[in-house]
Design a protein around this ligand. Structure first.
Ligand code: ADP
Ligand code: MG
Length: 255
């Protein structure tokens, strides 16, 4: 079976008035269904560019992107995108916010509404349906944003530093929380982060990018001897430290 997603020798430059900025060069990797991949690299190296290419918001100048064996532009795979800012609308209730994507797509069917209701109650937002975003903590807002994304049943989920607006303590519990939800919903996901611990704790594989123009420095498979792997349990596992050191060394290759 072809991979859910495959990037082959992808390259891209931004053409600006002040010249050309080469963002990516020769990026090749694949993601299998159900896999959770973290993408790490220094700030400005091209991580968001990779996600924008996968989302179809940018077109590669070199190489190709295929999904389930089909070229990106012919693929019908549904892709969800979650960003650093939750972009919840203050004038809508939480319930109305999580329904936004379905409303825009005119997909407010009984089946989809039942799924949203299930997500809200499974993940503790039931009581906050009629609340407005400003009444929720940063972590709960991010959870609402995740439910809004999951409501569309994306087959591939792109997460661009979704926890970086949170303070470090909240960040730990929210990433643990969201990691568990995505695991339970068996989502294929790509998480962009510059936090090494976050990358390891959530992923099956960590892809390390070099400074711009980004090339792939190393791909590290992550495996813990845990019966019930959660991000928090991973952080406490004995293997965690050696993964951290390995990735840290690769990231600081040129420093
Ligand atoms: P990261 O997400 O790793 O911080 P980005 O993918 O956002 O990096 O950007 C990679 C490089 O491309 C950066 O140097 C950035 O300044 C540049 N860049 C990103 N978007 C644009 C754009 N629209 N026009 C010109 N340069 C851009
Ligand atoms: Mg970015």
């Amino acid at each position: 079976m072809p991979a859910l997603l495959e990037l082959g020798h992808v390259g891209l430059s931004y053409h600006t008035l002040s010249g050309e900025i080469q963002a990516l060069s020769q990026i090749s990797f694949s993601v299998q269904e159900g896999e959770f991949v973290s993408l790490v690299g220094p700030s400005g190296c091209g991580k968001s560019t990779v996600l924008n290419l996968i989302a179809g918001l940018l077109i590669p100048e070199q190489g190709q992107i295929t999904m389930q064996g089909l070229p990106r532009e012919h693929s019908v795979l549904s892709v969800g995108y979650m960003l650093q800012k939750d972009h919840l609308l203050e004038w809508r209730t939480i319930y109305k916010n999580v329904l936004l994507g379905l409303e825009i797509r005119r997909e407010l069917t009984a089946e989809k509404l039942a799924y949203v209701n299930q997500l809200l109650s499974d993940y503790g937002l039931d009581k906050f349906r009629s609340a407005h975003p400003s009444e929720l903590s940063g972590g709960m807002r991010q959870r609402a944003a995740l439910i809004r994304t999951l409501a569309l049943k994306p087959e591939l989920l792109l997460l661009d530093e979704p926890f970086s607006a949170l303070d470090s303590q909240t960040r730990l519990s929210v990433s643990d929380d969201i990691g568990r939800i995505l695991h339970q919903e068996k989502k294929t996901a790509i998480l962009v982060t510059h936090d090494i611990s976050e990358a390891i704790s959530m992923a099956d594989r960590v892809i390390i990018l070099s400074p711009r123009p980004a090339i792939i420095r190393k791909i590290v498979p992550i495996c813990f001897d845990l019966e019930n792997r959660t991000p928090m349990a991973s952080r406490n596992a004995p293997e965690f430290k050696s993964y951290f050191n390995l990735i840290w060394k690769e990231l600081n290759h040129d420093v």
